[in-house]
Design a protein around this ligand. Structure first.
Ligand code: SF4
Length: 113
């Protein structure tokens, strides 16, 4: 291999190595909720959860307090939830430190398109 080809292959190696290191740093900086679920389950007693009327079963919603709620609305079909298909719990953008119950509900529910 010529000296020029050798230098070129070293350059390519360094570019790939730098790109891999950058990707690893970016992934490490993502919030935990953006990477995977398995977070502590959100309790309806949590202050932020209470503020949004969160319950871990949509059938338990206080219909007097939330008259527009329907039993068809649940975290599992909410645009803010990224639980895997069939999962019982998963991440919600509004509660980044916790997983929500896919049968749950809160007043910020937005039906997924
Ligand atoms: S925003 Fe959606 S996914 Fe999050 S708790 Fe409320 S209903 Fe559930």
């Amino acid at each position: 291999m010529s000296e020029i080809a050798n230098i070129e292959s070293r350059r390519q190696f360094l570019k790939v190595a730098a790109g891999t290191a950058t990707a690893a740093v970016v992934v490490a900086m993502l919030p935990r909720a953006a990477r995977a679920s398995g977070l502590p389950h959100l309790s309806p007693d949590n202050a932020a959860a209470q503020a949004l009327g969160y319950v871990d079963n949509t059938k338990l919603v206080n219909k007097g307090k939330f008259p527009s709620h329907t039993d068809a609305q649940r975290c599992g079909n909410c645009a803010f939830c990224s639980a895997k298909a069939g999962a019982k719990w998963g991440p919600c953008q509004l509660f980044p430190g916790n997983d929500v119950n896919t049968d749950g509900w809160c007043s910020a529910h937005k039906m997924r398109a």
